[in-house]
Design a protein around this ligand. Structure first.
Ligand SMILES: C[S@@+](CC[C@H](N)C(=O)[O-])C[C@H]1O[C@@H](n2cnc3c(N)ncnc32)[C@H](O)[C@@H]1O
Length: 400
């Protein structure tokens, strides 16, 4: 008997390689390959990341039915517990007071995920600070229509009204605003260029394809803005080290800051000051891919299905906010303690006798939000324009 050409037999395990390859194919992969071909054989990593996260149909953040928190690929602070938003609501209240308690005040969140952060902030303001709540005009900005629709449903379901707008549309409007812009893990999800320092010059890492898969290839810098970025900082990464350059993050901050007449920019993100981000001992940069709470080895695999994230360069981010005063960075753990996490826990402990389980869950959430190796090491960048920054509540551990 001759061997059957049918590969679907128990013995032919090598044929399963095809199934494996199929499982790692995503609808975005052939579109990226087309794009690479059309661009002459390679695209920048920033362009790849913009497509992987934001392709209108197949991008990680743009597709329909994205799940957040424990059921998703990673858990952000607002998804851990609403106490995160309640504590930041105290900061929003103080900002409003420092701005003179205006009768109308914009509270703008950028990159709103499920909508849980804004919902918690508004819940606290409605319950604990009704005067501020009456003045607040919530604006939720996102880059993707599916996310805006989910966020609208989330807020409406809780009885809140907000304006839901694409960031680019909001930025294109001529009017300037007074208020607070707050974001959690927004800047760390924006596209970056990948570079490697090679003596006095830089090599850029581009995305190309080979045998139906994506891979990286070296080339000259795609834009002089990258050299200008490091020249401004006065500190290049270590020789031979890989590094990310967040031109999009700086540009987003510049554009948002220029929309502000007066107010505060509160950016909560994974990141470092440039001297730490580009320290010579950091050899591999900070780019990470996540799926189901596990880091993935290859950020180019399964484009559109993996979350991609980098650590933010807070020095460049702050510099991009022209006209704003900058406070020293604080960690999320420090900020939450300054905003009253300890008091909130003590108050919750008084209920422990009647509901021990609930108190245990509350305490666990507080620990997760402050974990030094996890969410607690996220940093807070606070910037102010036409309003006092000194002694802002979330900064008190640093400013004394
Ligand atoms: C890492 S998630 C964080 C979500 C949420 N802030 C949280 O903490 O759970 C990044 C968010 O930024 C959004 N995003 C991506 N590009 C954007 C843009 N250009 N403008 C505003 N939001 C954007 C994504 O859709 C997503 O909602």
């Amino acid at each position: 008997m001759t061997a059957s050409p049918d590969t679907n037999t128990e013995a032919d395990d090598f044929a399963l390689a095809d199934e494996f390859a199929l499982a790692t194919q995503t609808p975005l992969l052939p579109l990226l390959i087309e794009r690479i071909e059309a661009a002459g054989g390679r695209i920048t990593f920033a362009e790849f990341m913009a497509q992987a996260l934001g392709h209108p149909e197949h991008g990680y953040y743009s597709r329909a039915g994205l799940t957040w928190g424990r059921d998703g690929d990673y858990e952000t602070s607002p998804e851990v517990h609403p106490i995160f938003g309640y504590l930041w609501a105290r900061q929003v209240l103080e900002c409003w007071q420092r701005l003179g308690g205006p009768s109308s005040f914009a509270l703008i969140e950028v990159g709103c995920g499920s909508g849980a952060f804004m919902r918690a902030i508004l819940t606290w303001l409605r319950a604990r600070a009704p005067h501020c709540f009456a003045a607040v005009r919530p604006v939720m900005l996102d880059g993707h229509p599916n996310r805006l629709a989910d966020q609208r449903a989330h807020l409406t379901g809780a009885g809140f009204e907000a304006e839901h707008t694409l960031t680019a549309d909001w930025l294109a409007r001529p009017e300037r605003v007074t208020g607070v812009v707050i974001s959690n893990e927004f800047f760390d999800a924006l596209p970056v260029h990948l570079v490697r320092r090679d003596g006095e010059t830089f090599i850029e890492r581009y995305v190309t394809h080979e045998d139906g898969a994506l891979c990286l290839v070296d080339g000259p810098l795609s834009t002089p803005a990258i050299e200008a970025y490091f020249a401004r900082l006065g500190l290049p990464p270590g020789d031979g080290a890989l590094a990310e350059v967040g031109l999009a993050a700086s540009e987003a901050m510049r554009a948002i800051a220029s929309k502000m007449e007066r107010g505060y920019l509160l950016s909560i993100d994974y990141g470092y000051p440039a001297r730490d981000l580009y320290a010579s001992w950091r050899r591999q940069g900070t780019l990470m891919a996540f799926r189901r709470h596990s880091p993935q080895p290859d950020p180019l695999a399964e484009p559109g299905r993996l979350d991609l994230t980098v650590h933010v360069d807070f020095t460049s981010l702050a510099a991009a906010a022209e006209g704003f005063e900058e406070a020293p960075l604080v960690s999320q753990a420090e900020a939450l303690m300054a905003l009253g996490l300890g008091e909130a826990l003590r108050a919750a402990s008084r209920r422990a006798a009647v509901d021990a389980q609930r108190f245990a869950a509350d305490r666990r959430a507080a620990e997760v939000l402050c974990e030094p190796e996890g969410l607690g090491r996220i940093r807070v960048l606070a910037l102010a324009k036409g309003a006092p920054l000194d002694g802002l509540r979330c900064l008190r551990p640093v400013l004394g």
